[in-house]
Design a protein around this ligand. Structure first.
Ligand code: PMT
Length: 399
C-alpha cells in the first residue's frame, strides 16, 4: 500500500557513480505522489546535472550554503524543517565521515546537523572503503545518532571489483521508506509511558536521599518509542538531560510525585519503568535546614512501589508492563523473583556493580527475563541501541 503520497522527502545526492540512480529514486517518489526537494553536493554535480534533477523533481536544486537567494527563499534550517524525512542517496564514505564528526562545511552536512527529522542513509562505495574500520566506526556513530542505514548491497561495482558497497536499488530504497511510513502510521495508535532517572527524597530543604541514575537509559527508550511513531510520555526524576522533541516530558522530584504523574498519564498500551525510584523516604521532612550535629537519626519509611501498583491495577494496567532491575549480585535469581513479585511482563536486569555499564554510563548490558520464563542476554551495547532493541520487541509484541 502506498504511504508516500504527499510525504515531503529531502533527498541529498552525494558525488558517487551511483548518483545516476538518484534520478530513478526521484522518479519513483514522484510517481507515488511524494514531494521531493533535493540538495546536491559539489561533487554530485560532476556525476549528474542539476538540470536533470530539477526536471524530475519539478523543484529547484539546492547546493550552496551561502546563497542569498536561498536564504531569502529557504535556508538550511527551513529545508530540514520542511521535510518529513531526509534521505541521503548515494551517501559516500566522505559524507558519512563528515556526518559522524558533525561537520557542517557545505549545505548538505549543515542541513543534516540542523535536522530534527528521521535521517536515512543509503551508502555507496568501493568494497574496500566499505570494509575499512574507519568507515565502520563512522557508521556505528551514525547509527547511534539514530540515523537509519539502508543497505548497501553486494555485487559487481562500477570500479570493476565485486563485494559489498553497491547502493541499494532505487525500488528497494523507496519500498524501505514506504514501509517506514506504514510502521509510523500503524504505531500512532499506541501510547507509551516511561519513567526515568532517580528520585530525590528530601531530608530538609537542602539535603536529599537519591542514587546514581542519570536517566540516560529511560530517555533513550522514550526517544526510540517516539522515533517509531508511538505517542510517548516520559516521567523523569531530576536529570541534566535535554527534553526530547515530540515527547511529553513531565519533570518530578520525589517518588510520590512520580507515582501521581504516572496515574494521571494512564491508560497507556505500554509502560516501561526504568526509573531508579528511591525505596525509602524520610517520614518527617524538616522545614528548616538541620543544624550540623555529631549524629543524625533518620526515620525512613517505604515509598510506594509504582511499578507493582500499576502492574496489579485492574483497570489501569497497560498491555505490556516492563520493569528494570538494578542488581549488584545474584542477578538471575533476584530478577526472576522480582518479575513475579512485581507482576510485570518483562524484567530487564542490569548489573550496576560494573561502573562501565548501568548507572550513568552510555552503555548497558542486560538480560531480559520474560514472563513465559524465556530469557535473552544483550551484551554490552550503547544505551541508544539497546533502547531500539527493546522498542523493536515491544512493537512486535503489541502487534
Ligand atoms: O539512569 P541511567 O544512569 O541511564 O541508569 C539506568 C538504570 C541502571 C537506572 C536502569 O537501567 C535501571 O536498572 N533502572 C531500575 C533501577 C531500580 O530502581 O531497580 P530496582 O530493582 O530497585 O527496582 C525494580 C523496578 O521497580 C524498576 O523498574 C523500578 O523503576 C521500579 N520501582 C522501584 C521502586 C519503587 N518504589 N517504585 C518502582 O516503580
Amino acid at each position: 500500500m502506498n504511504k508516500l503520497n504527499s510525504k515531503k522527502i529531502l533527498l541529498i545526492i552525494c558525488g558517487g557513480i551511483a548518483a545516476y540512480k538518484s534520478l530513478e529514486i526521484i522518479r519513483i517518489f514522484k510517481k507515488k505522489g511524494a514531494l521531493v526537494k533535493t540538495i546536491m553536493t559539489k561533487s554530485a554535480k560532476k556525476f549528474v546535472t542539476p538540470l536533470s534533477v530539477t526536471s524530475l523533481s519539478q523543484e529547484k536544486v539546492y547546493s550552496e550554503l551561502f546563497d542569498y537567494n536561498n536564504e531569502a527563499e529557504m535556508d538550511h534550517i527551513s529545508l530540514s524543517r520542511w521535510a518529513d524525512i531526509i534521505l541521503i542517496a548515494p551517501a559516500t564514505a566522505n559524507t558519512i565521515s563528515k556526518l559522524s564528526y558533525g561537520l557542517s562545511d557545505d549545505l548538505a552536512s549543515t542541513v543534516v546537523l540542523a535536522s530534527n527529522k528521521p535521517i536515512f542513509i543509503a551508502p555507496a562505495m568501493n568494497v574496500r572503503m566499505w570494509e575499512h574500520p574507519a568507515n565502520k566506526e563512522n557508521l556505528y556513530k551514525l547509527k547511534n545518532f539514530g540515523y537509519q542505514i539502508i543497505g548497501p548491497d553486494i555485487g559487481d561495482m562500477a570500479c570493476g571489483e565485486y563485494g559489498e558497497g553497491k547502493m541499494t536499488e532505487p525500488d528497494n530504497i523507496v519500498n524501505y521508506l514506504n514501509h517506514y511510513f506504514k510502521k509510523i502510521i500503524n504505531n500512532k495508535k499506541f501510547k507509551a509511558l516511561v519513567t526515568a532517572g532517580p528520585t530525590h527524597e528530601y531530608i530538609d530543604p537542602v539535603r536529599f536521599i537519591s542514587n546514581k541514575s542519570s536517566g540516560k537509559q529511560g530517555y533513550e527508550i522514550a526517544k526510540s518509542l517516539k522515533k517509531n511513531g508511538i505517542e510517548t510520555t516520559l516521567i523523569s526524576g531530576p536529570t541534566i538531560l535535554d527534553p526530547i522533541p515530540g515527547v511529553n516530558l513531565i519533570k518530578v522530584k520525589s517518588a510520590k510525585e512520580m507515582f501521581n504523574e504516572t496515574l494521571k498519564n494512564l491508560p497507556a498500551d505500554i509502560a516501561i519503568f526504568s526509573a531508579a525510584v528511591a525505596d525509602w523516604k524520610v517520614k518527617n521532612v524538616e522545614k528548616n535546614k538541620i543544624k550540623k550535629k555529631d549524629k543524625l537519626n533518620l526515620n525512613l519509611e517505604k515509598n510506594i512501589d509504582i511499578l507493582k501498583h500499576i502492574s496489579n491495577h485492574n483497570s489501569l494496567r497497560p498491555k505490556i508492563v516492563i520493569g528494570f532491575a538494578a542488581e549488584t549480585n545474584n542477578l538471575a535469581n533476584n530478577s526472576k523473583k522480582k518479575l513475579l513479585e512485581k507482576n510485570c511482563d518483562w524484567l530487564i536486569s542490569n548489573d550496576v556493580s560494573d561502573p562501565k555499564i548501568g548507572f550513568n554510563s552510555d552503555y548497558n548490558e542486560v538480560t531480559i527475563f520474560y514472563k513465559n520464563k524465556n530469557q535473552e542476554k544483550i551484551s554490552k551495547i550503547k544505551k541508544s541501541l539497546l533502547a531500539d532493541k527493546i522498542v523493536e520487541r515491544v512493537i512486535s509484541q503489541l502487534n
